[in-house]
Design a protein around this ligand. Structure first.
Ligand code: GDP
Length: 306
């Protein structure tokens, strides 16, 4: 229900355009395909992924000559599910901890630029894990902004979980290390570590994140178990550029797309997971503590197509 509401704007935008593209047409010809391409691009699916989808539909239309515009809808839906399935092979029905090899707490490193909803997403995930009876600690490794540390602390109090921070301007890698140690010593099930979203240069970003990752691994060999990149869906093409920078800088293996409720750019989810080959784990559909959903490709496409 939240998902339907969250994707309402994307859906309306998408279908208005799609309906206009196929109006008065009874077969899928070149013109319809061109229009469909426009619809996908203006829905922020991204050029590469759009081309891929159009080629697949073209192939279907070529083998099955009598495809009409109603069937086009079905084909498009199926092709989007197929495409999403390539990166999102497992559909989680619920919040599960990342698998931990060799025991110890699961360590989740959260990356992304400021303002995308990183802190809120961490709070929402912590809440869900706590609800399941897991012991959670949040680590404030964004030591560059006092507000970031304060906000994270407020979330830990709201959620009722543990919190680890050092002073401002302390080494983020040290905080990450100590948070992991804290999680081990205090028998936490999961440590979620916030980082600064400073996208100064790709080289510096890479250096900063590598250092943080190495210090976590020093505290616990198989960690971090998940590197979660948070992206703001309302920023469309900017989100794609951030995905590019962060996936090049570090091994991102999970995505959270926030603010889908405020945007018609939900199509960006399809493009990002396809282009950067990272599964979407969460989608944010509001500011409330429960407004984060575990990504499920079928539910997502169902909501998109109504
Ligand atoms: P950070 O700087 O990346 O840590 O961003 P914050 O977590 O502080 O979030 C920035 C703003 O985005 C806050 O006002 C949040 O309430 C809001 N926000 C975060 N996620 C969502 C979402 O899924 N939907 C909506 N509508 N707002 C969100």
């Amino acid at each position: 229900e939240d998902l339907d509401k969250g994707l309402e704007k994307t859906k309306t935008g998408f279908f208005d355009k799609l309906n206009r593209a196929v109006a008065g047409k009874d077969t899928v010809d070149e013109e319809v395909l061109d229009e469909l391409e426009n619809v996908l691009i203006t829905s922020d699916v991204g050029l590469e992924t759009t081309v891929k989808i159009i080629e697949r539909i073209e192939a279907r239309v070529a083998t099955d000559k009598y495809v009409n515009t109603t069937e086009l809808n079905q084909i498009l839906r199926q092709e989007i599910v197929n495409l999403l399935a390539e990166q999102n092979d497992v559909d989680y029905e619920d919040y599960v901890l990342p698998p931990v090899e060799g025991g110890g707490p699961a360590v989740i490193l959260v990356v992304g630029v400021n303002g995308v909803g990183k802190t809120t997403t961490i709070g929402k995930i912590a809440h869900q894990y706590q609800q399941k009876g897991h012991r959670v600690v949040l680590g404030a490794a964004d030591t560059f902004r006092a507000a970031a540390v304060d906000q994270l602390k407020i979330w830990s109090e709201r959620v009722g979980c543990d919190f680890y921070a050092k002073g401002m301007y302390t080494d983020p890698a040290a905080v990450a290390y100590e948070t992991t140690k804290y999680a081990i010593d205090n028998h936490c099930d999961v440590a979620i570590i916030d980082t600064a979203g400073r996208l100064h240069t790709k080289f510096n970003l890479m250096k900063e994140l590598s250092k943080i990752k190495r210090s976590i691994t020093k505290a616990l060999p198989a960690a971090p178990h998940q590197v979660l990149l948070v992206l703001d869906a309302t920023t469309g093409q900017n989100a794609i550029e951030q995905a590019r920078a962060f996936t090049e800088a570090t091994d991102v293996n999970a995505l959270a797309l926030t603010k889908l409720d405020g945007t018609a750019k939900g199509g960006v989810a399809i493009g990002i997971t396809d282009q950067f080959q990272v599964p979407i784990r969460y989608i944010g559909v509001g500011e409330g503590i429960n407004h984060l959903q575990v990504f499920n490709k079928k539910a997502f496409v169902d909501s998109l197509f109504g």
